[in-house]
Design a protein around this ligand. Structure first.
Ligand code: SAM
Length: 329
């Protein structure tokens, strides 16, 4: 098991397959992009599968989420998913993507055994999309969502980040759009994880604000809190259900006490928290011949020292040097 000193057990592994992305969402990276990791520093597909196998077979990982950067940019994605879903015990395998290219790949991913997909969609307006993501790709994202649904991936989840003065008037239209298509929408509070270090608490649209906007248009009731478990989203039934909407108040309603996540970056570093400032280097260990037992021990030690909380509200809070795209959201 991967247990920390507060008794939390990590069972949900987020694996970044690349730090590259084909969008430039302003809450994540600057319009000119970032200096990407050099290819030799990226884990190979075999190295990723080796670590995921150790996680699942030796360390109690039950869920594996592939993310990035943009995971659809990783050529071996279908192969990696196929090899992950073939593991025993079979973990839940999901993907977080911006949806660009998903219209081509959704069927092969479903055939590879992918269980679920989360697609990021912050706006339904083409001009706003261009302003926010610095690319004219809204139509591709919407087509990707449709293809995921048509391929039988369920539930199709949608992640939205609202930014003041840019897309914060779209909470209601986004929810309406998702309800009509049976996608499950989750709003995520913007976190201080942008490469430009431009996050300001006062500019963030809070979970409270999101709920006020939604409640003006929809009848929302708390979904059974027991069901939430370690899930970051607070879930609400829309018009009594079964349709639901989630709000992830990472900053104003932190859920660190129930956190069951651990992250593996594209260059093979274990991070015990999104906001961790320390990492544990499994890539160097692997490349210098470490045995599975040695990797197990390093991984356990990395999780053992996880802090009680992300500390965003602490005056000593330091934003991690890696932005979200290089950590894996
Ligand atoms: N490229 C993929 C995508 O767009 O979903 C996967 C990686 S992206 C980093 C994963 C999720 O993190 C997206 O839903 C994105 O909106 C979210 N995200 C990125 N930066 C964020 C920030 N500063 N605060 C909150 N969410 C953020």
């Amino acid at each position: 098991m991967l247990q920390d000193s507060f008794g939390r057990v990590a069972t949900d592994l987020r694996v970044s397959l690349t730090d590259r992305c084909n969008l430039r969402c302003s809450y994540c990276m600057p319009p000119e992009g970032l200096e990407w990791l050099p290819n030799p520093e990226l884990l190979t597909a075999d190295e990723i599968v080796r670590l995921v196998t150790i996680g699942v077979e030796r360390l109690g990982i039950t869920e594996v989420r592939y993310t990035g950067g943009e995971p659809l940019l990783r050529r071996e994605l279908v192969d990696i998913v196929t090899r992950t879903t073939a593991l025993g015990p079979t973990p839940q395998v999901s993907l977080t993507t911006n949806g660009i290219g998903l219209s081509r790949m959704a069927a092969s991913l479903a055939a590879a055994g992918l269980h679920r997909v989360n697609v990021s969609l912050d706006t339904l307006d083409r001009e706003t999309f261009k302003k926010l993501a610095h690319r004219d790709r809204l139509a591709d994202v919407l087509a990707g969502l449709e293809a995921a649904h048509a391929s039988g991936l369920r539930p199709v989840k949608v992640n939205a980040v609202l930014m003041r003065g840019i897309n914060d008037h779209e909470a209601v239209p986004l929810l309406r759009y998702c309800l009509e298509r049976e996608y499950e929408l989750r709003f995520i509070e913007q976190m201080p994880l942008d490469a430009q270090h431009g996050w300001r608490r006062e500019n963030m649209i809070t979970a409270d604000e999101i709920l006020v906007r939604l409640q003006a248009a929809f009848d929302l009731t708390d979904a059974d809190p027991v069901e939430r478990g370690s899930a970051p989203a607070e879930l609400f039934l829309v018009k009594g259900g079964p349709a639901r909407v989630g709000v992830i108040g990472s900053v104003t309603r932190p859920f660190c006490g129930a956190c069951d996540r651990v992250r593996l970056t594209a260059d093979g570093q274990i991070r015990n928290c999104l906001f961790a400032t320390d990492e544990s280097d499994l890539r160097s260990a692997m490349r210098s011949g470490a045995s599975d037992d040695e990797i197990v021990e390093r991984w356990r030690s990395a999780v053992r020292i996880k802090k009680a909380g992300h500390g965003i509200d602490d005056p000593t809070f330091l934003q991690p040097s890696r932005p979200m795209s290089a950590i894996g959201g």
